[in-house]
Structure formats: C-alpha cells, structure tokens
Design a protein around this ligand. Structure first.
Ligand code: GDP
Ligand code: GDP
Length: 461
C-alpha cells in the first residue's frame, strides 16, 4: 500500500460511488436505502497499477447531540488526518455550493494535499459546474464520473507521481496471500518487528451475527465509530478502521461497514457473511468471536476453519463472559470443545472477554500480539536441520516398497504464516500422517501454538 486517499466532500456528491468504484464491487456496497448509516470506511483500492487505501468520509449517521454539519466536519477532519492525499469532490451538475466552500476551508486549514474533482461530469451536463469549481482556489478540477467510470485516467495521471513519492517511504501493508515459496538459506532469526503506526497489525474480527463484533470493536476504538444494535444481521460490507489498541497500532477489518438501526433489506443481508470472510484475507490475525451462550456452532467452526485455511493467525475469543455464572466450569467446557472441534488450531489461544464491560480486553490484546509474533516467526536453518535429524531418528519415515524415504534438508521458506520446505526422496510417497507428525513437532519444539504451519516437500533424487 503506497498511500492513503480520503474522498471528502459534502453529502451526495458521489463519494461512496467513487469509493465503491475504486475498491471494487466485491468489497463495497452501494445502496440507496434511506437510513443506511455510514461512517468512515476504508478499503483497498486499485486504479491501473496503483494500489492504495481509500477512505470514504460519507458519514450520514448523526450522533444525538450533533448537527449534520458538525458531524461532516468531524469526519472530514479525521479523514484528512488519516490520509496522505484528499480527493475533494464537488457535484459538477449542481456547481459550487456554500457547503463546498466550507469543505474547501477545512482542507486549506488542515494543509491537506488536495486533488479537486468535479463529479457527475459525464456528457456535457457538468461543464459549467466544473468551470465553477476553479473558484474554490484549489487548482484545476478534474472532471470525472464516478458512476460511469469516466475521467479515472486523469485521476490516475495525477495520482501516479504522488504515489511514486509515497511508495518509497512506505512498506507494503497487505499480508501476503499467495507467496512463491523461496528457498532462502540465510541463517538468521531476525528480531520480531512489532506493529508500528506505519505498519499496523492487520486484524479481522469475525463471527456470527450478534456475537458482539461491533461492540468489541467500538470498545477497542474507544469511540463510537461503528454503531451497534441488538438485531441480528445488521452487518454490512468489509471495512477497516485504524486504532491504537492498548498501545499497539492496529488496522481492524470488520464486517460492519454500514450499520443501521432500522430494518434490513434482503440485498444488504445476503452480502454480509461472504464479506466477513473476505475481511479475513486482509488480516494477519483473526479474532473469531463466539457468543459464550451458543459457542462452537457449525457456523463458528466454519469461520475458524476458513481463517486457518487462509493461513491467518487465529485467536478465539468467547464473548459475553459477563453473563456467565459458573466461569471455571464453563471455561473447562469451552476448552474441551475447542480441542475436539478445532484440532487444526491446536494451541491457539482461547480468551474470554466481555466486549460490553471491557473486561478481558487486555488478555485479548496480549493474545493477538503473541499470535502475530508467532505468525512472523523465523527459525534458522541450522536449528531446523538439527531438529529434523532428531525427528527422523525418533520416528523414521516409512519405507514404501523397501525403499526408505530420506528427508535430507529443511529450511523455512517464508513467514506469515511459517512455511517450510523439506528436500526429500520419494516425496509422493510421504504419508499425510508423517506430515502431521512433522507439523506438530515444529509447533511443539519451536513454540508455535495456534498458527497455521505449512510444510512443502520437494524432490531431491
Ligand atoms: P455521497 O453522499 O457523497 O457518498 O454520494 P453517493 O455516492 O451516495 O451518491 C449520491 C448520488 O449521486 C447517488 O444517487 C449516485 O448514484 C449519484 N452519482 C454518483 N456519482 C455520479 C456520477 O458520476 N454521475 C451521476 N449522474 N450521478 C452520480
Ligand atoms: P455483531 O452483530 O457481532 O456486531 O454484534 P453486536 O456488537 O451488534 O452485539 C449484539 C448484541 O450483543 C448487542 O445487543 C450487544 O449489546 C450484545 N453484547 C455484545 N457484547 C456483549 C457482552 O460482552 N456482554 C453482553 N452481556 N452483551 C453483549
């Protein structure tokens, strides 16, 4: 991720439409339903070969003691603070309004790096309005149409040189998903790099509707950035917010991009589960949130399994612990169920929390950090090979047809999650059970509970 772009402007100029276009339909969701509340949401955007984070500042939900204008101003200021560049939209069909001028003022005062664009400029309907936008004193307005995807090449041309500037300064933000296995032989165990403001820990909170995801995230954020309600299924598309969780910078991917307190229509409803799982792809650590009253149901198991399959570090958190009366007994039950139902996550932390009261959040924080560290763990080739010798001596691989499989050499190919390559003979004959023996051995001997561990066998004559 090279930079962060905030889309700002008064309501109805097309911020969300542009956001959705940049992020892609699969992640975001446009809806005209009145009452769908929105707040700062972030997504991973693509424009040509540019990849960046985009923030939509369309915030239509009013806090009780807040005017629409007050809230817009607050959200805009926050978006500006979080972004490297602001894309200031005006409506080319309407022309410049007093509200636009207020926004221009905020941007000027905040000394933001501004790109001005007149939206809804498809055809010639927006010609006059686009001209008028010069009067904002923010340079030449780009003419774009978010809805029709026009003018995006001009936007690209303006962003590209800026992106190059930022790219040098910023490291990649997204966790690798499909990494080529490289055989490195450098014999180092680099120190763990804790999350930083430039590289926040990418966290997803997933779980079934009503598990308490938004309550938890609100608690972590310490401010009412997301809204919660008692109805099941108010979850929306995947969004993220950045937070300082007990001193650790995190970007939290949630499945609750848009929330509302009113009834939910079907179209919104259907997208939510898949979107929740999609948030996993952005995450390094996934918190699988259970409702302690109904833990480890089929849906929870699928969600946890998905996170493991995707190679994410998993922390299981049992929420609503404040409601539990016999805590020791319940905890025992939970642990038993966890081991029985999710053997693939052996050793993953199980913590109890109350999102509502905030109790246990310190445990959750520590578990997340620890999981992140393990997920990033690198073990030296020398240690690994000593270990491999011991493992094969303790329990030699089978000898199919009288020809013994030889495991000759092991190295860690990558981290996030830890993956290992073993050079061996007759790799096609290595039974799965032997692979599991090795994975469990790595897990135990190098203290890597909970994280997915991959072993790849490579033939070597
Ligand atoms: P926001 O409040 O700034 O997020 O605005 P929305 O993205 O919700 O858009 C407000 C309205 O403008 C919606 O009805 C959109 O369909 C419409 N709109 C957005 N972009 C364009 C555009 O490029 N051309 C036209 N004609 N309409 C657009
Ligand atoms: P989501 O659908 O997973 O985002 O769930 P919400 O955060 O909207 O929470 C669903 C319901 O559970 C709401 O009524 C919350 O107040 C309630 N809830 C969430 N966390 C807790 C908790 O720790 N304890 C109790 N007693 N209730 C909770």
């Amino acid at each position: 991720m090279s930079f962060t772009l905030a889309i700002v402007g008064r309501p109805n100029v097309g911020k969300s439409t542009l956001f959705n276009r940049l992020v892609g339909k699969r992640l975001a969701l446009v809806d005209n339903t009145p009452g769908v509340t929105r707040d700062l949401r972030e997504g991973d955007a693509r424009l040509g070969d540019l990849k960046f984070i985009v923030i939509d500042s369309a915030g239509l939900e009013l806090a009780e003691d807040e005017s629409l204008q007050g809230r817009m101003r607050r959200l805009t200021e926050r978006a500006v603070e979080e972004a490297d560049i602001c894309l200031f939209l005006v409506d080319a069909r309407v022309g410049v309004t007093p509200a636009d001028e207020i926004f221009a003022d905020i941007l000027r005062r905040k000394n933001a790096h501004v790109i001005l664009a007149a939206n809804k400029a498809e055809g010639h309907a927006g010609d006059a309005g686009a001209m008028e936008a010069w009067s904002l004193g923010l340079g030449e307005p780009l003419r774009i149409s978010a809805e029709h995807g026009e003018g995006l090449d001009d936007l690209y041309a303006v962003l590209k040189p800026l992106a190059d500037e930022f790219a040098a300064a910023r490291a990649a933000d997204l966790p690798e998903t499909d990494v080529e296995i490289e055989e490195g032989d450098e014999d180092e165990e680099p120190a763990y790099q804790p999350p930083s403001a430039a590289k926040p820990l990418q966290l997803a909170v997933i779980g079934r509707p009503n598990a308490g995801k938004s309550t938890l995230i609100n608690k972590i954020l310490g401010e009412d950035r997301l809204l919660t309600g008692p109805e099941a299924g108010i979850t929306r598309d995947a969004i993220s917010v950045t937070a300082d969780f007990m001193g650790t910078p995190m970007r939290i991917w949630d499945t609750a991009g848009m929330r509302k307190k009113a009834k939910v229509n079907d179209k919104l409803e259907k997208l939510s589960v898949a979107d929740g799982l999609r948030a996993v792809r952005f995450a390094e650590v996934v918190v699988v949130l259970l409702d302690v009253n109904i833990p480890f149901e089929q849906q929870d198991l699928r969600i946890a399994d998905f996170a493991e399959t995707e190679g994410r570090a998993v922390v299981v958190a049992a929420n609503k612990w404040d409601l539990e009366e016999d805590k020791p007994e319940k905890l025992k039950e939970l642990r038993e169920a966890f081991e029985r139902l999710l053997p693939q996550l052996r050793g993953a932390p199980l913590v109890t929390v109350s999102a509502k009261t905030g109790k246990g959040l310190d445990r959750l924080h520590n578990a997340i950090l620890k999981a992140h560290e393990i997920w990033n763990r690198r073990i030296s080739t020398a240690k690994l090979n000593n270990w491999l010798v011991a493992m094969t001596e303790a329990h030699p691989p089978p000898a199919p047809g009288g020809r013994r499989i030889k495991l000759r050499y092991i190295t860690q190919a990558k981290t996030r999650p830890p993956a290992f390559v073993i050079k061996a003979t007759h790799t096609d004959k290595i039974p799965e059970s032997y692979g599991r023996y090795l994975v469990n051995g790595l897990r135990d001997d190098f203290d890597m509970p909970g994280t997915p561990i991959r072993i790849y066998f490579r033939d070597q004559g």
